[in-house]
Design a protein around this ligand. Sequence first.
Ligand code: COS
Length: 380
Amino acid sequence: MTVDRILPTDEAHDLLDLTRELCARELAGAADDFEARGEFPRAKLRTLGRAGLLGLPYPEEAGGAGQPYEVYLQVLELLAGSWLAIAEAVSVHTLACYPVFAHGSDRQRKLLPDMLGGELLGAYCLSEPQGGSDAASLTTRATFDGDAWVVDGTKAWITHARDADFYNIFCRTGGPGPRGISCLLADAGTPGLQPQKAERLMGLRSSAPSQIVFDNCRIDADRLVGAEGDGFTIAMQALDAGRLGIAACAVGLAQAALDYAVAYAREREQFGRPIADFQGVGFMLADMATQTSAARALLLSAARLKDAGRPFSTEAAKAKLFATDVAMRVTTDAVQVLGGYGYVSDHPVERWFREAKLLQIVEGTNQIQRLVISRALVKG
Ligand code: COS
């Protein structure tokens, strides 16, 4: 089903057309094989980078494509409907570029053209084995030895841990709590930065995260991003925008599952009629379509606040919460519409169902989103 989109410019329409073309030519046919092999699609991301899709929401003078979030997120939505691992990689990379873009020194910002052009792939290292939700309690420590930062500790659930070219490492350089956290920028191959084996995931197997052990890992003094103690704020600001990206991925999954279920219900006959003619199925499709449209509307309204330079943190949390819950419901119902065929891997809906579950967890569980929203309500 074609989604009727109101886009701000002709350029945005062209960009979405280009994305559809890349999805059809490069992604749709490859996803199943990469998922089955658990192989990270680095070359596909290079192709997207060369097409300008890895730095979309950053200004052109920094090396990005100067697109508003409302456009960038609709590109992500299309990518996710084709192959979630790719969309999530683009979203995480965009998140990982934020610290240097917004807080980097002039020297660090020289890396931006390669980051935003997709030559350098980024990772964002915040979570740890003992805690992801309580980010302010992280324990990875960086000590300044007069010459360089020396990092020791373990990060967990790191997307691109084994494939990234640069890493934002949020680590403790001071006392307990959020103000004792700083952000360091490290290159792949830095001695002591040791990515571990990939996690064995329920879904998104072509982009499985892994832990990273930091063992006496020395990072040059000039790789501190922002000031000492700014790390938690930088991490939270990056996550606000990142959560919009995850919400867009969720809308993309929901739309793909809806379209597939509608097509199937129109073709599949039981009792001498297409099953779409039965109210039990038709009403299920109607609810799936309504929820998907509502999720997209909430997402775009949060994006437009961000594009207007207004506070958007709470609206991003609402969009992430609502869109990922919708993706879970819609993909579950899509499996149901297909019946037994929905549960086998000959059809993509079982993959989308497994992938949707992940989106309710990453970049802040949906319980954390509720915490952010309720705190804002109470604070007034
Ligand atoms: N933008 C900018 N600053 C923010 C912020 C945001 N979105 N959220 C919090 N801050 C600031 C606060 O203003 C506060 O600053 P001051 O000390 O100057 O007052 C500081 O950060 C601490 O904030 P807070 O007291 O709210 O911290 P908490 O420890 O209570 O944690 C939550 C807040 C739970 C919201 C945060 O830890 C969180 O988002 N956790 C989930 C992390 C996550 O998403 N992990 C997934 C990893 S990426 S896959």
